[in-house]
Design a protein. Sequence first.
Length: 300
Amino acid sequence: MVEKEIENFSLAQICRSGQCFRMEETEDDLFTIYAGDRCIKIWQNGKSCRFYCGEEEYDEFWKDYFDLDNDYSVYMAQANPNDAYLNRAIAFGSGMRILKQDLWEMIVSFLISQQNNIVRIRRCIANICEKYGEEKVIWVPQSPEKSRQLISSQEENREIRYHAFPAPEALCGLSEDALKECNLGYRSKYVVRAARSVVTGEFDPEAVSAMSYRKAKEELLKLFGVGEKVADCICLFALHHLQAFPMDTHIKQAMAEHYKRGFPNRRYRGFQGVMQQYIFYYELCGKKEYICEGTKLKEK
DNA sequence: CGCCAGGGGAGCT
DNA sequence: AGCTCCCCTGGC
């Protein structure tokens, strides 16, 4: 059990931001996050966070995963004071983080994301995890009420079974259409071929992780089904290349409306991706009329 | 049934 | 860079 006070960190916002498809608010203020073969429950009320894991796991994995050593107020403060739109977006998503997710998982997730909506992307990923991911077990407090108290004895805990994200080896032997059963549609062959590329060594995640943004993107673009936008999403959400600026339909729309002369890349050199994420989240969730209920947003 | 949109991509010019 | 065509599912 790890207790922290964290500034500019909102699991609710990250959850809705579309960079992570295996994260949900299970109960009020209680989040469940799956990452690779891990799973964690986190309770958050404002700045107060309670990670249901040991100090060791927090230090060696989750702290880095959520980019918690990085001070995002530095990025936010860089916004041009005359750019009212960007400042609105930043204020709306002030708890945003760019996660450091698993490379293989992000390749598959964003291959699936193309011509697809977020609800269905989540379902597709849940399907392939359930069918091809290794079964895992963790222990969590048995009820939301109890989760609000500190619990150390394991008898009071309850086991949770879940499925890890499938390894490339679990998918490389499938026929190209096999994942249509998981609702992937024509994207099935992209995922199967990507798995083969990894298993044959043609695409080496370790090596790509060590590359610069340019080189990594170049390698990613070699994968069948990976184009500009998907490559940039992977660079941003797995490799933490904060200069990557994925141009999806929402962002294109925002650019056309608010940055007719192009996004000021000079000004935000090196962290355009962070600004992109504030804008994306604002376009996705900030436009409709919402009622705020704690960390939850309800459509009016 | 048709139509279209959902965080595109490949393969051309 | 811009165009066409391709691809699949879900909602109306």
